[in-house]
Ligand binder design. Structure first.
Ligand code: FE2
Length: 378
């Protein structure tokens, strides 16, 4: 990262400026060792539906990509087919992980020009891709670590996903688990880099700083982290940025940075309208969630007041609750879904609350530390 971005803990960006109109997350692309098997996991365990495919059968020689969707969420799982593919180096360093967080924009050329003239590093110049269903324009910039943003302009495209992909329509189609859209997408960055990257999003994309959590908010007796939530003006894109903070033992962010070999996407929060139903289905399909100490629920009524959900049912499933001025939210976190303790998922149901579960951090991090201790990385 260059040093042209201003440093300093107190840097704040109160107002968003949507000089790049953004409509939401377009897709998230993972680089994985075996896309076929990863796709099966997202179908059978996470309830995603098959959408599109690119690979040898469609004329692509060096990689295979499976595209899955669940309501508004689109995931692309890409694996290299040849030893010379640059994807191999990504896998060697990071293991399976998120390479692309694609943003749906009105104008990908304008998004590229606005971001690069403000200092973003180019990943992909605006390029028009077309097939019989029309055309898209895509462009891209680098963000933290080896992660990139691709801007997708698709108003003139009527195909399933992108040019070059064909329908993927296997007989095997397990049901959805009720996941609706990406609520937020969190990046872990290195020591003292949170402000650099918060400012990156403010400067290059006009994002504002919705909320900041310092190490007093997010610490246990042992470990700590800091976080700034960056958002575009219409709130459809929210990127919290975490950095480790000093504690008596190793922060979970540091553990991530060690195993991912640098900055990267830590978790994706997926929204549901019925978290209990979604969690029951995910558990039945083998998804493992963090264990929440039973005593967490002893004080939940004091913190959030009366809610229609049965606390005993929330406790049975380890679902966390938090309240803010506007309402409350329910959330739960999976264990890492890779061999390395890196990427995990959050399932979230918002009932008015627009915050991120600050009141749960302590209980949550104690749960994460218990797992770190088992891995010998605390
Ligand atoms: Fe989250």
């Amino acid at each position: 990262m260059s040093t042209e971005y201003q440093e300093g803990f107190d840097v704040v960006f109160p107002e968003a400026d949507d000089f790049i109109p953004m409509n939401g997350t377009d897709y998230v692309e993972f680089y994985v060792g075996n896309a076929k098997q990863a796709a099966h996991f997202y179908q059978s365990a996470m309830g995603f539906q098959p959408l599109a495919y690119a690979g040898l059968e469609t004329g692509v020689k060096d990689r295979t990509s499976y595209v899955l969707m669940q309501d508004k969420i689109r995931l692309v799982l890409t694996a290299p087919l040849t030893k010379d593919s640059p994807i191999n180096e990504h896998l060697r360093r990071h293991g399976d992980g998120v390479k692309v967080v694609a943003i749906w924009v009105d104008d990908a050329t304008q998004a590229y020009e606005e971001t690069t003239k403000r200092g973003a590093r180019s990943y992909m110049k605006p390029s028009k891709e077309e097939d019989k269903n029309g055309h898209v324009v895509r462009s891209g910039i680098h963000t933290y670590g080896d992660t990139v943003h691709i801007f997708v302009e698709r108003s003139e495209y009527k195909g399933l996903f992108l040019p070059g992909y064909e329908a993927w329509n296997p007989d095997y189609k397990p049901e959805s688990v009720g996941l609706k859209y990406i609520d937020h997408m969190v990046g872990n960055v290195g020591w003292n880099e949170m402000n650099t990257w918060a400012e990156f999003y403010a400067r290059t994309m006009g994002f504002c700083n919705l909320v900041t959590f310092d190490d007093k908010d997010i610490s246990t007796n042992f470990t700590a982290l800091m976080s700034k939530v960056m958002s575009n003006g219409n709130g459809r894109i929210k990127f919290p940025i975490n950095e480790p903070a000093e504690g008596l033992k190793k922060s979970q962010i540091e553990e991530y940075l060690d195993f991912y070999d640098g900055a990267g996407v830590q978790h994706m929060a997926l929204a549901t309208d019925d978290i209990i139903d979604t969690v029951v289905k995910l558990k039945a399909r083998g998804i493992e969630f963090l264990y929440v100490p039973g005593n967490y629920y002893d004080t939940v009524g004091d913190r959030v007041g009366n809610i229609p959900e049965d606390i005993a049912v929330l406790k049975e499933h380890g679902i966390l609750v938090d309240r803010d001025d506007e309402g409350y939210l329910l959330q739960i976190f999976t264990r890492p879904v890779e061999d390395r303790p890196t990427l995990f998922y959050e399932i979230i149901q918002r009932k008015g609350a627009q915050s991120f579960g600050k009141g749960n951090f302590k209980a949550l991090f104690e749960a994460i530390e218990a797992e770190q201790a088992k891995r010998g990385t605390l």
